[in-house]
Design a binder for this molecule. Structure first.
Ligand code: GLY
Length: 391
């Protein structure tokens, strides 16, 4: 546990460290791009090295996003080419409906295709991202007003939203902007309203998932999927809540979402252990042998840096400083320093950890994961320049 005072005592990443950490991370992306142009890195590493995979699961967009972030820094034609190969793969994926029967269209298509459209005006990318947004729209449940995360639509055992989905919403706001069709944004607003109403607990910890009645839309119960207990705060879920509420405020400008951001962030920060690298669930604290989830800190840092853009100066400075504390802790204890050590960027993540109350098997425990790599790099880019978001 931390206190508000103890949090202020940590060093922040300074300008020189920020520049060097970014340079190193970008050079590692450049080193890895040959291996991962025709294939993608799997969701998590094994013994710190990612095996190759096809364009499947919810995670492949992160690697393409890393390539675009590195391209912004280097303007390297080789990086651009690799990311464009991926754009074709993402179009093929949505056209052929390869592993797209779920809600994670934003995680897949924002950092890959929206980024490509923004940076290079790539029309294939725009088409793919709009098709992905349409696919997500097909998962909107009128009864309950939310996007169903997984499984057969309307099935009672899957009639739920999950906190992670807040990060899929920017794709819909983007789709409204480029098509002129308000429906995408309206559904996103409805989902965000429902999620914020039920998934945030009174103490501002968060449920991972929340079930609704498919017949009436009535809220039923909060249940974990990847956390330690139904009533605990899964660290990554809390981090999705931080970045998700920052995005909600950015797009909707409702002060209620700013307040939620402040409270869920405070919960996250106060539950950090001494070295600022979250355990995978906030049930665990200093001295526990349970694994960490470095990706949570990277996601939280990006959320704080996003929200800081929309806040008055004193508050903005507070969150920027906190993000720089997290980024320095990540750089000091988790950042990959050479390609011999790993083909990722950020060590010590946890994809899934088995517990008595969740249905998970251990997966990617104390390993790199592609979203940890991506958000660490996004965080470094954000503190080095005024970045135009892909989200
Ligand atoms: N969105 C799934 C996860 O965070 O593991």
């Amino acid at each position: 546990m931390q206190t508000k005072e103890s949090l202020l005592s940590y060093d922040m990443m300074n300008e020189e460290q920020a520049k060097e950490a970014l340079k190193l991370a970008v050079s590692l992306v450049e080193e890895n791009v040959d291996e991962f142009t025709d294939y993608f890195p799997d969701s998590n590493s094994q013994a710190n090295f990612y095996p190759k995979t096809e364009n499947v699961e919810w995670t492949t967009g992160f690697w393409t996003g890393e390539i675009w972030l590195a391209y912004e820094e280097t303007k390297s034609e080789k990086l651009k080419h690799a990311a464009e190969v991926h754009v074709e793969s993402f179009l093929n994926r949505i056209l052929k409906r390869i592993d797209v029967d779920h809600h994670d269209m934003g995680f897949l298509y924002s950092p890959s295709c929206v980024a490509a459209w923004q940076l290079t005006g790539n029309e294939t990318a725009k088409r793919a991202a709009i098709l992905a947004a349409d696919n997500l729209m097909s998962r909107f449940c009128e009864k309950g007003q939310f996007f169903q995360a997984w499984g057969q639509l309307g099935a009672p055992d899957n009639y739920r939203l999950i906190i992670d989905c807040l990060l899929n919403m920017p794709l819909l706001f983007w789709a409204s902007e480029v098509t002129g069709d308000d429906q995408y944004a309206e559904h996103a607003k409805a989902h965000i309203k429902t999620a914020m109403q039920y998934i945030i607990r009174p103490d501002y910890s968060t449920y991972h998932t929340y079930f609704f009645d498919p017949q009436t839309g009535e809220p039923l119960k909060g249940v974990t999927h990847q956390g330690n207990r139904n009533g605990s705060a899964w660290a990554r879920g809390q981090a999705w809540g931080i970045y998700g509420s920052a995005m909600a405020y950015r797009y909707i400008k409702d002060k209620a979402y700013q307040e939620i951001f402040e409270k869920v962030t405070e919960y996250f920060l106060l539950h950090l252990p001494k070295d600022l690298i979250p355990y995978w669930d906030f049930d665990f604290d200093n001295g526990s042998a349970e694994p960490r989830d470095s990706s949570s800190a990277a996601i939280a840092a990006c959320g704080m840096l996003e929200m800081a853009k929309h806040m008055p100066e004193v508050k903005a400075q507070y969150y920027e400083n906190m993000a720089k504390r997290l980024l320095l802790a990540l750089r000091n204890t988790c950042a990959v320093t050479s390609k011999e050590q790993s083909n990722g960027l950020l060590l010590h993540g946890t994809y899934a950890r088995k517990s008595n109350e969740n249905p998970c098997a251990n997966r990617g425990v104390d390993e790199c994961n592609t979203w940890g790599d991506y958000y660490y790099l996004e965080g470094l880019v954000r503190i080095n320049k005024d970045w135009k978001s892909y989200w």
